[in-house]
Ligand binder design. Structure first.
Ligand code: FDP
Length: 336
């Protein structure tokens, strides 16, 4: 008889040895709770059109994006889940200007969570894939705890994402490999389906919004030109795949290899303008990709070394197969 599948909570228990001791029960409680919230979000997404929950709220968030009803609902639902975990001392959300303090979970063992509850929300109204991205750092006894979210991505204790596609997939790391689970919707439980994910050294696919080509850094343009130039022996051209939801594009890259890129707008080289948010999009995804044996770079430096000084700071990202990302960096070095 086949072994019973490993549940997310069983798997979290098996990872305890890799979590810093003082944070060990808290991190597992938090990630388990994010999994429970994800199952609720998956349900809501399946019924949103029927319940008139699609469309805009009116108004914009701190990053200037138009806010959708599901963005706000996702934020409230995640906040309630994090409160219930008893381990989250502060929540930095795409939908809130400042960190939300949860003083009852403060103290030396408190954790800070940065999260985009519904990422890729422009896909919502066309029934496209969306996701949830999260990152966990230690509050280190700080009161208020929110500022502990700032600093480098190397300080993350855990990170992961949920992809609401044909199936709902939960992927996480506590700094010891990357593990993927699929939701059994009947039981509301995540089961291990992708143990110890390793990204291929090199891929055949790249994902980028090519409509922005003319505003890229010359090195970025030269790199994409290179990927598109046929050379059978060298495995080119690469194929282009881009869904417009970071979670879906990174998930494909993690499993199949290749690249996901969102470079800065370089129209004014003195003031490059990246789009994606460092704390709850770029840094957690970069941690996951590195843990799977990949690389994540801005084109010129390792993403996880970037210092966040603002909660909604933006950063450029080129992540994926290590050989592909190294080649992208070479193009940045030599074209300019
Ligand atoms: P969205 O604007 O739909 O929320 O930063 C969010 C994000 O989606 C990412 O998920 C996605 O990769 C990117 O923006 C898509 O941006 P473009 O529409 O500019 O390609």
């Amino acid at each position: 008889m086949a072994d019973a599948p490993v549940t997310l909570s069983e798997h979290l228990a098996s990872q305890q040895a890799f979590i810093p001791r003082e944070h060990e029960p808290g991190v597992a409680a938090l990630i388990g709770r994010v999994g429970r919230v994800a199952a609720v979000i998956a349900q809501e997404l399946a019924h949103a059109a029927l319940r008139d929950r699609l469309g805009y709220m009116g108004g914009t968030n701190v990053s200037g994006d138009e806010v959708k009803k599901l963005d706000i609902w996702g934020h409230e639902t995640m906040l309630a889940g994090l409160r219930a975990s008893g381990a989250c001392a502060a929540f930095v959300s795409e939908e809130a200007q400042d960190p939300i303090e949860i003083p009852e979970a403060g103290g030396a063992r408190g954790l800070v969570v940065c999260c985009d509850p519904v990422d890729g929300s422009s896909n919502l109204d066309v029934n496209g894939t969306v996701g949830t991205i999260f990152s966990v750092k230690a509050a280190r006894g700080r009161v208020p705890a929110g500022p502990a979210a700032l600093g480098r991505g190397t300080e993350q204790i855990a990170a992961g994402y949920v992809m609401y596609g044909p199936a709902t997939v939960f992927v996480y790391t506590v700094g010891h490999g990357v593990h993927g689970f699929t939701l059994n919707p009947e039981a509301g439980e995540f089961l291990l389906t992708h143990g110890d994910i390793r990204i291929p050294r090199r891929g055949k696919v790249y994902g980028i919004n090519e409509g922005n080509y003319s505003s890229w850094h010359p090195g970025q343009r030269a790199f994409v030109d290179h990927l598109r130039t046929p050379d059978k022996a060298a495995g080119r051209p690469y194929s282009l795949r881009y869904s417009g939801a970071m979670v879906a594009d990174v998930h494909r890259t993690l499993l199949d290899g290749g690249l996901f890129m969102y470079p800065a707008d370089f129209s004014d080289p003195a003031r490059p303008k990246p789009k994606l948010r460092l704390l709850y999009e770029v840094a957690p995804m970069s941690f996951v990709v590195e843990q799977a044996g990949g690389r994540a770079s801005t084109g010129t430096e390792r993403v996880l070394e970037l210092e966040a000084t603002e909660y909604h700071q933006r950063a450029a990202v080129i992540l994926g197969s290590p050989d592909d990302v190294a080649l992208a960096e070479e193009f940045y070095r030599t074209s300019g």
